[in-house]
Design a protein around this ligand. Structure first.
Ligand SMILES: *Cc1c(COP(=O)(O)O)cnc(C)c1O
Length: 224
């Protein structure tokens, strides 16, 4: 299937779940992104700041750019003027920096908090206690220029589907409990960013509202 056909069939799969497709275009050239854009795709995800900035400068302004990868605090200023949603907020320091840069740009930046759900050390993310402590601060008005839209997580990289589903389910249950706990202008726990090419079908079953899909759309990458 070409890019356009893949997008059409993915949308058919996601629509019944009311799930949004983030096309992960990291390492892929402008031409591939434009093929997706021309078939109606508007949300794209990148995991490297410099690549995100360059693509934002050269591609259509209608694109919503999602920063999906680990973000270093010293690079926040480069994307703060335009980023649509930051998926992987994994520390208080990072959230504080995003808030500071949002103030400078006179905007409110939408964020997801990344929870550590995988049984792997390598994946970034907050623990549940850190997450609650951070949300308490946001609810108290500490970070007026960020809006927490929900949670993001990456499951363990395993063929064990039961394990992946369990990890996703735990995050969904947490999202629902936080939704009923926090009622604040800056917290709106409606989004759950789970699911990639290898596990998005499981994520849809567990309440995903945004899947981040790269290789299924654009083909294998030669580097991560
Ligand atoms: C690369 C990446 C994806 C997409 O991965 P695919 O397996 O190519 O679909 C999703 N989320 C994050 C955080 C990524 O870095």
């Amino acid at each position: 299937m070409n890019i356009e056909e893949t997008l059409t069939s993915l949308r058919k799969e996601l629509d019944p779940f009311n799930c949004k497709l983030i096309a992960v275009s990291k390492t892929k050239p402008a031409q591939a992104i434009m093929q997706a854009f021309d078939s109606g795709q508007r949300d794209f995800g990148e995991n490297k700041v410099q690549e995100l900035v360059t693509k934002h400068e050269t591609l259509p302004k209608e694109i919503n750019w999602h920063m999906i990868g680990h973000l270093q605090t010293n690079k926040v200023k480069l994307i703060a003027p335009f980023v649509h949603l930051i998926h992987a907020v994994d520390s208080r320091k990072l959230l504080a920096t995003i808030n500071k840069e949002a103030i400078k740009n006179d905007r409110v930046i939408d964020c997801l908090l990344q929870m550590h759900i995988a049984r792997e050390d390598s994946k970034f993310g907050l623990t549940k206690d850190e997450l609650i402590a951070l949300l308490d601060e946001v609810a108290a008005g500490e970070f007026g220029h960020v809006k927490i839209k929900g949670l993001m997580g990456m499951a363990t990289n395993t063929y064990n589907e039961e394990q992946v589903s369990e990890e996703f389910r735990g995050l969904h249950e947490l999202q629902l409990s936080l939704q009923s706990k926090y009622h604040s202008n800056n917290i709106d726990m409606t989004e759950l960013s789970i699911g990639m090419s290898g596990d998005y079908k499981l994520a849809l079953q567990e309440g995903s509202t945004m899947v981040r899909i790269g290789s299924t759309i654009f083909g294998q990458r030669s580097y991560p």
